[in-house]
Design a protein around this ligand. Structure first.
Ligand code: NAD
Length: 257
């Protein structure tokens, strides 16, 4: 039996990077998964490859820009109907932007809040009533270590990811008070080797970029997507049934400094 056997999970931003690794991990451990992304073709490819590995009907895909509330409702219902329920929501889609409070453009600041924060409000608002009908449920919001440790050059992302951390606690307390079967936690990755690092790799070359980022982390290296997928797996499974409102740091020790 897999660690999430029988669970039905929706993962946003699942066409690549951490979302893809998480969808593959949950499917490997027995869940049905729905992969959504603004890149619909990418989401379809990931779902097709999961179905090849684990059998038809394991994975489904929908195009979805997570800032679109009306589409959230359609996609959640479609995912629920395709999988036969909904127990796990992984709010993973996110974007970053480099810039200080003086340099950052306000439109970009707002866009980062819309993709990283508004999306989670919308997703949770519409998913919780559907999840309640299916027993134990788990919401996992992918924040960042940047939601805990600030940098002068990351105003939009620091603001957004800190909001995700606190929003998750509010959702956790609401869910605890209204029935108690749904938990909500945030995950805080340090640098992980996904396409989100492409720009840094272009600037310094891949090897130097990874070494440079790794030197900032006590454990000395950038993480792999499965380092985060394993954290999500734990929070998605009933192994963590007493865990709600926590901030799970997967950060190589950086926040201990
Ligand atoms: N990789 C890291 O170093 C790292 C560290 C900390 C936190 N995170 C967070 O983890 C999450 C995943 O990051 P990643 O490294 O896999 O990034 P990524 O850029 O490789 O993948 C993000 C995915 O989200 C999708 N996406 C972007 N905007 C969207 C939108 N509006 N609607 C739907 N989908 C959208 C993209 O198409 C892409 O498939 C993000 O929330 C990111 O902030 C990543």
């Amino acid at each position: 039996m897999g660690r999430v056997a029988g669970k039905k999970a929706l993962i946003t931003g699942g066409a690549q990077g951490l979302g893809e690794a998480t969808a593959r991990m949950l499917a490997r451990e027995g869940a049905k998964v729905t992969v959504t992304d603004i890149n619909g073709a990418g989401a379809e490819q990931v779902a097709a490859s999961i179905n090849e590995a684990h059998g038809a009907g394991t994975a489904f895909a929908f195009q979805h820009d997570v800032t679109d509330g009306a589409r959230w409702q359609e996609v959640l219902q479609a995912a629920h109907d395709a999988m036969g329920g909904l127990n796990v929501l992984v709010n993973n889609a996110g974007i970053g932007s480099l810039g200080s409070v003086e340099d950052e453009n306000f439109d970009m600041f707002r866009r980062v809040q819309a993709v990283d924060v508004d999306s989670i409000f919308l997703g949770c608002k519409y998913a919780i009533p559907l999840m309640r009908a299916h027993g134990l449920g788990s919401i996992i919001n992918i924040s960042s270590i940047a939601g805990i440790i600030a940098s002068g050059n990351y105003i939009a992302y620091n603001t957004a990811k800190a909001a995700v951390r606190h929003m998750s606690k509010s959702i956790a307390l609401h869910c605890a008070k209204t029935g108690g079967q749904i938990r909500c936690n945030s995950v805080h990755p340090v640098f992980i080797n996904t396409p989100i690092l492409d720009r840094t790799k272009e600037m310094f070359g891949e090897e130097e970029a990874l070494a440079k980022l790794g030197r900032q982390i006590p454990l000395g290296k950038v993480g792999e997507p499965d380092d985060i997928a394993y954290a999500v797996l734990y929070l998605a499974s009933d192994e963590s049934k007493l865990v709600t409102g926590i901030e799970l740091k997967v950060d190589g020790g950086i926040s201990a400094m």
